[in-house]
Design a protein around this ligand. Structure first.
Ligand SMILES: [Zn+2]
Length: 171
C-alpha cells in the first residue's frame, strides 16, 4: 500500500536509544490498504524504535479488530488481530540481504515511513479463516446450514458410494 504521511518518523532528530510511537489504524487506513475484505475497524499500533548509529530496530505491536465478513454465515463480524513484528533498518549502501527482517536504507536518509510495515504486521497476524464465535452466526444461515447437514447425513452424495465401491473392489 502507499505510504501515509502520518507514519513517517524523522529519526535524524532523535537521540540514540529507545523511543515509542503510537498510531491509530482506523477506517481510513483500512480503506487505504485496498483490501476489499476490510470493511472497517480499529487497530492500535505501538512502535518501539531503538536507534543507534547505523541501525534502527523497530518492534511493531498491533492490537485491535477488523470488520470482515464471516466465512461461515457471510454477515459482518469483528475479527480480532494481535501480534508483534520486528523490523530492522540498516543505514547502508549495501544490497538488500535475504533476511526479510533486515532492510537497507539510504545512509543519508533522515526519515523512515512505516505504513508498509504496519500493514504487513496486521496481514501476518490475521487468521486465514474468520468466523463468528460459536453460536453467534446469522441464525437464518445457521438454520439453513443445519438442514443441509441433516440432508447429507440421511442421503449421502452418490459419488461417495461410487468411490466406496471402487475402493472395495481394489481391496
Ligand atoms: Zn458467522
Amino acid at each position: 500500500m502507499e505510504a501515509l504521511a502520518e507514519h513517517t518518523i524523522a529519526f535524524n532528530g532523535l537521540n540514540d536509544g529507545r523511543h515509542a510511537f503510537e498510531f491509530t489504524l482506523g477506517d481510513a487506513f483500512l480503506e487505504a490498504t485496498g483490501v476489499e475484505d476490510f470493511l472497517g475497524g480499529n487497530v492500535h499500533a505501538q512502535v518501539e524504535l531503538d536507534k543507534s548509529t547505523h541501525l534502527l530496530v523497530t518492534n511493531i505491536t498491533v492490537d485491535g479488530h477488523i470488520r470482515m465478513l464471516c466465512d461461515r454465515c457471510n454477515a459482518p463480524m469483528d475479527q480480532p488481530v494481535q501480534g508483534t513484528q520486528r523490523q530492522i533498518f540498516k543505514l547502508s549502501e549495501e544490497e538488500e540481504s535475504d533476511d526479510d527482517e533486515l532492510v537497507s536504507i539510504d545512509p543519508n536518509a533522515h526519515e523512515i515511513n512505516l505504513t508498509h510495515y504496519l500493514f504487513e504486521c496486521i496481514s501476518l497476524h490475521l487468521p486465514i479463516r474468520h468466523v463468528h464465535p460459536e453460536g453467534q452466526c446469522d441464525p437464518e444461515v445457521e438454520d439453513a446450514l443445519e438442514k443441509v447437514q441433516v440432508h447429507y447425513e440421511a442421503d449421502p452424495d452418490p459419488r461417495w458410494s461410487v468411490l466406496q465401491d471402487l475402493k472395495t473392489k481394489e481391496n
